[in-house]
Design a protein around this ligand. Structure first.
Ligand code: SF4
Ligand code: SF4
Ligand code: FES
Length: 547
């Protein structure tokens, strides 16, 4: 045999041959599922399929996955044929090729062929498979079936019935994953159509996953419709920042902007799903309230725009003056659970080197469910706690008591978490230095405001609710005046002349320092992190994750 791929576990292993190559697989699941488990499906082993999906029950309705198996009569569907030891499978025999052509011809009989105006064009499995496995010409002369072209199924999803190939993935998703069951097949035979049960809308918290699941352009995202063609998009691996789950995502970029988020498969985190709120949260990147310049409060008590370098110098001057006059104990810091592990480690080192123990963390909370959505509405509260930031309530008490004269605040979570109704309390502090991605009412009491990069504009790592450290990469090139929180506090530390901050912020070096200094991160560096992440090695004494 030419190669052998296989599973790590030696128990229940069988050997099969596919097109002359031997594979070692777990016995039991279907041929498609077993090949998917070892990562060769649609790579080394090409078995086209529509209705089968790795995370849904088997349907066996599309008949595209037919293969030939030695010793068995006729062709078998790979999606519901269990793997058995010694199986010899052929995916390119004459009979298989002919069967695929027939299935595709049947599926195309009534298809509208409106690829030029279809949002799915360029990422459509009907296009792809018809091109790769279909017959070169249509034999059909009959008029095509006419059906509704635009049905609003719910707030996020639009159905084009003419394009549907009745694979039922959308139906099974709604029944099996959110278990809301809004969709069904109505009618019989060639009158069958996808539709909603009477009086129901497709508005569950995960509804837009059916758009990713639909192999054709029948289900499209209302948000993404007509925004960009698939071939214009560049996809960058990232992590959703909407809650502590840290769902793995693709950030699809065109025209210098993120056009959409899509789920990226990670079986240890989000399978192949994400929630609608997280999916649509990309809009915050280019929102009109993004901070894009630095500000200093002038002698008339008005914020005026300045360069980032000037704002950092002014912040350093304020903090140094307070330390010289009153000691480091009057300085405090509030961390953001939206910042990366590296940003937070740099911030913790800044506070440690200044010599203050006054720090806190505020984490916004909201609705949670049993599937993915966590109550903590930020991606890195677990990482912040592991690095040493504790709940900000005791720090707020200290501020109320007049014990803080200078504070560095990352983000405005202290407001969104509901720890403060407004900025009034912080207005009692002489020197408020705010580092944030978006404008907030904290600017009213800040003496210095510094703009920070969004998660989509920077590299780093985040620690999710299950203590999994995952990497983010910049999908967008940020303006040179826009730095990460880590870079800003590093420059602030340099301006203060603090120990241990070498010239130039170097993310891999910060990551290695984090791994060396904070026990739970031992052995985890940004350069060595696999694309599906790595677990924190121990709890290091920090408080457990709150979902
Ligand atoms: S709408 Fe899409 S996912 Fe649903 S049955 Fe039709 S082709 Fe399949
Ligand atoms: S569950 Fe949380 S991390 Fe996942 S997509 Fe939704 S908001 Fe984002
Ligand atoms: S994938 Fe096997 S029948 Fe559809």
């Amino acid at each position: 045999m030419a190669t052998a791929a296989g599973v790590a576990c030696e128990a229940e292993i069988v050997r099969i041959t596919v097109d002359g190559l031997e594979y070692r697989l777990h016995a039991g699941p279907s041929l498609l599922a077993a090949l998917d488990q070892i990562g060769v499906l649609m790579g080394e082993v090409d078995i086209p399929h529509y209705c089968w999906h790795a995370k849904l029950s088997s349907d066996g309705s599309c008949r595209l996955c037919q293969v030939e198996i030695d010793g068995q009569t006729g062709l078998q569907t790979a999606c519901n044929t269990p793997v058995r030891d010694g199986m010899i499978v052929h995916t390119r025999s004459e009979a298989v090729v002919r069967a695929r052509q027939t299935v595709l011809e049947f599926l195309m009989l009534n298809h509208p062929l409106d690829c030029p105006v279809c949002d799915q064009a360029g990422e459509c499995k009907l296009q792809d498979y018809a091109w790769r496995y279909g017959a070169p010409n249509s034999r059909s002369r009959e008029p095509r079936r006419k059906l509704e072209k635009r049905i609003d199924l719910g707030p996020g999803v639009v159905l084009d019935r003419e394009r549907c190939i009745l694979c039922r993935r959308c139906v099974r998703f709604c029944r099996e994953i959110p278990r809301t069951g809004e969709l069904a097949v109505f009618g019989r035979g060639d009158r069958s159509v996808i539709g909603l049960f009477p009086g129901v809308q497709l508005d569950n918290a995960y509804s837009m996953n059916v758009v990713d699941l639909c192999p054709v352009g029948a289900l499209t995202s209302r948000d993404f419709r007509c925004k960009a063609r698939a071939w214009q998009l560049e996809s960058v691996e990232g992590v959703c920042g909407g809650c502590a789950r840290g769902c793995n995502i693709w950030l699809d970029v065109a025209k210098g902007e993120v056009q959409r988020y899509r789920p990226r498969r990670n079986d240890a985190v989000n399978d192949t799903w994400m929630c609608d709120a997280g999916r649509l949260s990309y809009a915050e990147i280019a929102r009109s309230d993004r901070l894009d310049k630095a500000w200093i409060r002038n002698q008339e008590s008005v914020l005026e725009p300045v360069s980032v370098a000037s704002a950092i110098s002014e912040a350093a001057r304020m903090l140094a003056g307070l330390v010289a006059e009153k000691g480091a104990g009057v300085i405090a810091g509030i961390a953001s659970p939206h910042a990366t592990n590296e940003d937070l480690f740099a911030f913790k080192r800044l506070l440690d080197e200044i010599g203050t123990e006054n720090s806190g963390l505020a984490v916004p909370h909201g609705e949670a469910d049993e599937l993915l959505i966590c109550a903590e509405k930020a991606a890195n509260a677990t990482g912040a706690r592991a690095i040493g930031f504790e709940d900000a309530r005791s720090l707020l008490e200290r501020i109320r008591g007049g014990g803080v004269d200078g504070i560095v605040i990352l983000g405005h979570d202290i407001l969104t978490a509901g720890y403060l109704d407004d900025e009034t309390l912080l207005g009692k502090i002489d020197s408020v230095i705010l580092i944030d991605t978006h404008q907030s009412s904290l600017m009213r009491v800040a003496q210095v405001v510094l703009p920070a990069r969004h998660l989509a504009e920077k590299a780093g790592t985040l620690t999710n609710c299950d203590r999994r450290v995952q990497r983010v990469r910049p999908a967008l090139a940020a303006d040179s005046e826009l730095l990460t929180e880590g870079e800003i506090v590093h420059r602030l530390a340099l301006a203060l002349g603090l120990n241990g901050f070498e010239a130039g912020y170097d993310l891999p070096r910060v990551s290695r320092s984090l791994a060396a200094a904070v026990p739970p991160f031992a052995g985890i560096t940004i350069e060595s992190l696999p694309s599906d992440g790595a677990q924190l090695v121990s709890d290091g004494g920090e408080k457990g994750a709150v979902r």
